[in-house]
Design a protein around this ligand. Structure first.
Ligand code: PHE
Length: 453
């Protein structure tokens, strides 16, 4: 089969490693280091981890590969891709839903990313040194009660993401992720080693690795599914958009497996760094979104070279957050530039203003203005829950259905094999997953959550 044509005008990732680094940069972020531990903590630990891993393999991988194939085949944004493959149909709505999810996720994500910047400054000014667990909690609550600091950091973070996205794909996104992501992995490994040598560390490891299924409720299963989607950056067209920048000669299947593996490994390693410390310092594993911020500073305070490690950690965490927000922002910007024909600069500014506005409201709703809520749940919680646990899985459901039943077999095979360049022995398994297992599993999790099965 002939090589598929590569559009020459579109920006693209420059190399194999660049693709993996940028996609892993999108996948690895606060989802792994902030969200995974706190959610696993709230949902009982070990058993949650197992359900999560099953979802990554049976649902996450096929959705990821489907998105890549749709994106690279059409060379379009999340909305335009469906339009191109199925003109005149309602499939573009999946793209629209993704763009809505992108706004919501970017807003609450930028709030937490802002916290990492505050903590970077705290680390630089040596504020963790000599503090005990109460002191660390106090640092956190003092920061949260400030009327302006969390907002300032959110706005700064939104601006930095905008800056990188304006710079474009190769020069912006790819350049930074290639160096910084591997560094983050090394640092988390070091923190993990320090954490498991703390007193009582074994309790933390038990919590994370010893499954106790009696702690699992229907709600935990939905949350595990949402976390799998959130962490892999799938279900909203981020990887359709990134897929559209991948060169035709890259092997999509291999990239998918590498990225999902790296993402999962980093979440587990983050758990290994955090849970032993949770038990060693008498912190509740159910502390919620605050967990990382009230746990790790204790580890730094007790560590030789803690100053240096704290500084590196919060720097790299901010970078990891940045490589994720730019991928979320890119979904919206690609849509604006390609479908509404406005410049990259204008599109980015427009989207960022919307995100900043929503982000400020989210931030206020957490501590200082809890009245910004619906039915007793603050805006932050509403956006986080709706986007991760509903919009992403629903998006993923339609994406696999689309690939299984509406994406022409020949075109799909050509895309996955890069025009017969690669052997795709996995194809029948992939088809089985996208046709039956993934959509059924998503549907079952939802019905179960609604109490219907
Ligand atoms: N996967 C990212 C993280 O784990 C967050 C993200 C979600 C990015 C959805 C893109 C799309 O931090």
């Amino acid at each position: 089969m002939a090589q598929l044509p590569q559009s020459t005008t579109r920006d693209s990732f420059g190399s194999r490693f660049g693709v993996i680094a940028a996609t892993a940069g999108s996948a690895v972020g606060l989802g792994n280091i902030w969200r995974f531990p706190y959610i696993a903590g709230e949902n009982g630990g070990g058993a949650f981890l197992i359900i999560y891993l099953v979802f990554i393999v049976l649902i996450g991988l096929p959705v990821m590969l489907s998105e890549f194939a749709i994106g690279r085949s059409t060379q379009r944004n999340a909305f335009g891709a469906f339009r191109k493959l199925k003109p005149g149909s309602k499939w573009f709505l999946v793209g629209i839903m993704g763009i809505a999810a992108a706004f919501m996720i970017n807003a609450f994500y930028s709030v937490i990313a802002g916290w990492t910047l505050e903590y970077l400054v705290k680390a630089a000014s040596n504020q963790f040194r000599g503090t005990d667990p109460q002191g660390v909690s106090l640092l956190f609550s003092e920061f949260q009660s400030s009327s302006w600091r969390p907002l300032m950091w959110t706005l700064l973070f939104v601006s930095i993401s905008a800056f990188v996205v304006i710079a474009g794909i190769k020069k912006g996104i790819e350049k930074y992720t290639k160096i910084l992501m591997p560094l983050l992995v090394i640092l988390i490994l070091i923190l993990g080693v320090r954490s498991i040598t703390l007193p009582n560390a074994s309790q933390g490891l038990q919590f994370l690795f010893q499954p106790d299924f009696s702690k699992i409720q229907a709600s935990s299963i939905i949350v595990a599914l949402g976390q799998a989607f959130f962490s892999l950056s799938v279900g909203m067209g981020t990887l359709i958009t990134y897929g559209s920048y991948i060169q035709k000669k890259e092997n999509l299947g291999a990239s998918t497996v590498s990225v999902a593996f790296a993402d999962t490994l980093i979440a587990v390693l983050a758990g290994v760094a955090i849970f032993p410390a949770v038990f060693a310092f008498g912190i509740s594993p159910e502390s919620g979104p605050d967990l990382v911020f009230i746990t790790l500073p204790n580890v730094f305070a007790q560590m030789k070279g803690g100053y240096f490690f704290a500084l590196m950690f919060f720097f790299l965490l901010s970078v990891a957050a940045l490589t994720s927000t730019i991928s979320i922002l890119e979904v919206v910007v690609a849509y604006f530039t390609e479908e509404m024909k406005i410049s990259r600069l204008k599109a980015t500014i427009l989207a960022s203003i919307g995100i900043a506005f929503l982000g400020v409201l989210c931030s206020l709703s957490l501590y200082n203005v809890p009245e910004i809520s619906i039915a007793g749940v603050n805006l932050f919680g509403i956006l986080e829950y709706t986007a991760s646990n509903i919009l992403l899985p629903v998006g993923g459901f339609f994406i696999v259905i689309f690939v299984a039943w509406f994406f022409k077999g020949k075109l799909l095979k050509a895309e996955l094999s890069s025009g017969s360049r690669f052997k795709i022995k996995y194809y029948p398994y992939f088809m089985f997953l996208v046709r039956y297992i993934a959509p059924l599993a998503i549907a079952l999790v939802f019905l179960n959550g609604l109490g219907l099965v």
